[in-house]
Design a protein around this ligand. Structure first.
Ligand SMILES: Nc1ncnc2c1ncn2[C@@H]1O[C@H](COP(=O)(O)OP(=O)(O)O)[C@@H](O)[C@H]1O
Ligand SMILES: [Mg+2]
Length: 253
């Protein structure tokens, strides 16, 4: 059985009288691509906020790579190898695509102020970083725009740049909240193909909320379905679409 990277046990979160996430338990294996779907307001984003540390659960436990993390800060979880797209700093418009992506790498290495005056060492490190980044930009179809200013990118390309930065952070688990939203269909398709490739080649784990089920179902190993704060179904896409509980949730039953 593959190693578990993330597990939730009976996780609950209320906002006032509303139970946005209700007794959610799940287990995600390392190297898998898992989908999270459900109607609007079913608690998907709240669940990601609980996993990433933006919110703390009222009750229940969350484990990441064997450690209990539900009381840790988002930054502590990030350092352990969990990456939520929102945790990546904003894109700097006055920098090029390459420079923006390299920023994430540096954060991970830790900017060493003492080595900055030694320009030669710094320069070699920059080249090494760039060599690491270019294949990533290739993965998100931005390699030909590497020297463009970020302010000149389209909205869709900006999203791809954000994804490249997320991946450059060297995390092991990626929480992506609707990566396909706002992308032209062909670009979105490419993006999902590249997520699959990153999993296959690097063993990365992806947990993805996505409304565009056609894109999601092409690449996932398994899907969880939420409705009114609860997981109401889990399984392979072909099992999920036949599930009467899922059909009812989507019809607003
Ligand atoms: N910070 C918040 N304060 C109060 N209510 C919230 C907050 N965040 C989400 N909610 C409510 O919790 C429910 C689940 O929201 P959300 O997790 O965003 O759902 P989804 O991502 O599935 O659309 C919704 O009813 C939403 O209005
Ligand atoms: Mg949401």
């Amino acid at each position: 059985m593959p190693e578990t990277i993330l597990s939730l046990q009976e996780v609950t979160k209320s906002f006032g009288g509303l139970k946005a996430v209700k007794n959610v338990s799940l287990r995600i294996s390392q190297g898998s691509i898992i989908g999270l779907i459900g109607p609007n307001g079913s608690g998907k984003t709240t669940l990601f906020n609980l996993i990433s540390g933006v919110l703390h659960p009222d009750s229940g436990q969350i484990f990441f790579r064997g450690l209990r993390i539900d009381r840790m800060s988002p930054h502590e979880r990030f350092k352990l190898g969990m990456c939520y797209a929102f945790q990546i700093p904003r894109i700097f418009k006055g920098m090029t695509v390459l420079e923006n992506t390299m920023l994430s790498l540096k954060e991970q290495l830790g900017e060493k102020i003492l080595t900055a005056p030694f320009r030669r060492r710094w320069f070699i490190q920059e080249i090494r970083n760039a060599q690491q980044i270019l294949p990533l930009l290739e993965d998100v179809q931005l390699v030909n725009s590497y020297d463009k200013f970020s302010s000149d990118l389209s909205g869709g390309q900006m999203k791809l740049l954000q994804l490249a930065r997320t991946i450059a952070s060297d995390a092991k688990l990626f929480l992506l909240d609707e990566p396909g939203a706002g992308l032209a269909p062909s670009l979105a398709k490419e993006l999902f193909k590249n997520i699959l490739k990153l999993r296959n080649e690097k063993g990365l784990t992806f947990f993805i909320i996505e409304h565009r089920l056609d894109l999601l179902f092409d690449i996932v190993d398994k899907v969880y379905v939420m409705n009114r704060g609860e997981i109401i179904a889990e399984g392979k896409p072909e099992e999920i679409i036949e599930d009467p509980k899922v059909k009812e949730a989507y019809l607003g039953g």
